[in-house]
Design a binder for this molecule. Structure first.
Ligand SMILES: Cc1cc2nc3c(=O)[nH]c(=O)nc-3n(C[C@H](O)[C@H](O)[C@H](O)COP(=O)(O)O)c2cc1C
Length: 390
């Protein structure tokens, strides 16, 4: 029999007998506290901060507490299967790493994207690589090894650069194109504004553009020779406003499955599927883009209901633990994205720290399923989750 994710706890307790305690914490609260002490103030603000007074981002997390699940007994769960097939990927679990545009900066060496990709290779957890990266998407894909990866597209305003990024992602071997809809303009982020810090304007995480043949055509000199002009050109290219009318154009850019990230309304999900989209990604960008919203997990059931199994449903925003992952599956997600916690893992321990965070979350999810009588994700889905109180 194959091992289970939950076996990680035996490893930890076993090592304890030899006097070894885990190098990194297994829970989010301690992980966050440790990362706060390790990260530079500007990076920490950028990763932790959100829009406005951060009520939406906090609700994303706290809302998981008003969903509960009822265990079933007398079920043999000695063997669990968390595997998922979606978007042409066969994955060992529903967990994936959501795209985070400063992943590159999260490790001391500035190659955090490669570190995250190596964590994906080591753990089997799929990586959705951001357009905003310190290493080109080709190198990042290579570092993912045998684990299937997705590429997140911030659609450039320049159609040739947009086409080039899509073609490069396809040629590199990514399995899906995740098109982010909610970020053509940056939301109002007081922590970053108070420190006047926006990493891209300092030339960070723009490697996918700087190596791009179509982007380079827009510059009189290569980015290496005149980085400031390259950043200015990037500002001119970033942030195409996508509308329904653009979907046909996007479809024409790639043969890859297209997933729309940021869909929170059932009607938007239905319309997107009618227009041939291959996946719906429920997310409010971790509360970084708009405040005054509803917790993402509270919006998931209605969107999943509208999708009705026609295409995979991806979800992120507020996942902090294995039980959160299981609840998201119960409420209709096929794939569940981890965001900020893996940045903390990278900051504390590079690839190994990131793998530790992923394994901790998977172990908790697996053990929850074992204890509660759900041997498969189908059983989790059938169990569902109930909204508590109010
Ligand atoms: C620092 C940071 C950078 C992000 N960059 C991107 C990005 O480049 N592209 C994207 O689609 N989403 C980006 N996101 C949003 C994440 O993909 C995801 O939706 C979010 O982190 C989920 O919220 P959570 O981390 O609080 O769970 C970013 C999030 C953070 C925290």
């Amino acid at each position: 029999m194959m091992g289970h994710y939950g076996d990680f706890q035996n490893e930890i307790y076993g090592a304890g007998l030899a006097g070894i305690i885990p190098q990194w914490p297994v829970d989010f609260a301690t992980l966050k506290a440790r990362a706060e002490a390790a990260m530079s103030p500007s990076l920490l603000n950028y990763v932790q901060g959100g829009c406005g007074d951060e009520h939406t981002q906090d609700s994303n997390v706290s809302a998981f507490h008003h969903w509960g699940m009822v265990p079933r007994m007398l079920v043999d769960t000695t063997t669990r299967d968390l595997s998922v097939a979606a978007l042409g990927m066969n994955l060992a679990s529903p967990l994936f790493m959501a795209p985070i545009g400063v992943t590159g900066l999260c490790t001391q060496d500035g190659h955090g994207d490669l570190a995250a990709a190596r964590a994906s290779a080591a753990s089997g957890v799929s990586f959705c690589a951001s357009t905003l990266a310190n290493d080109p998407l080709e190198a990042v894909h290579k570092a993912c090894g045998a684990t299937p990866a997705m590429f997140q597209l911030y659609t450039p305003r320049n159609p040739d650069v947009a086409a080039s990024l899509c073609q490069r992602a396809e040629a590199a071997g990514y399995k899906a194109l995740v098109v982010t809809l909610d970020t053509w303009v940056t939301g109002w982020r007081p922590r970053d504004l108070n420190a006047s810090n926006f990493p891209q304007l300092r030339g960070h995480v723009l490697q996918n553009y700087f190596v791009d043949p179509e982007f380079r055509k827009l510059l009189p000199q290569p980015p290496e020779a005149d980085p400031r002009a390259a950043v200015a050109a990037w500002m001119g290219v970033f942030g195409k406003v996508l509308t329904w009318d653009d979907l046909a154009w996007l479809r024409g850019l790639t043969k890859l499955p297209i997933v729309l990230k940021g869909i929170c309304h059932a009607d938007d999900a239905r319309r997107a599927i009618d227009l041939g989209v291959d996946g719906i990604y429920v997310s409010n960008h971790g509360g970084r883009q708009a405040n005054g919203g509803i917790a993402a997990i509270d919006m998931l059931p209605a969107v999943a209901g509208a999708v009705a199994g026609r295409v995979p449903v991806l979800f992120d925003s507020g996942i902090r633990s294995g039980s959160d992952v299981v609840k998201a599956v119960a409420l209709g997600a096929d794939l569940v994205g981890l965001g900020r916690p893996y940045s903390y893992g990278l900051a504390l321990g590079g690839t190994a720290g990131c793998v530790h965070v992923l394994r901790s979350i998977l172990a908790e999810a697996d053990l929850l399923m074992a204890v509660n009588g759900w041997p498969t994700l189908k059983a989790v889905r059938e169990a569902g989750a109930q909204r508590l109180g109010g």
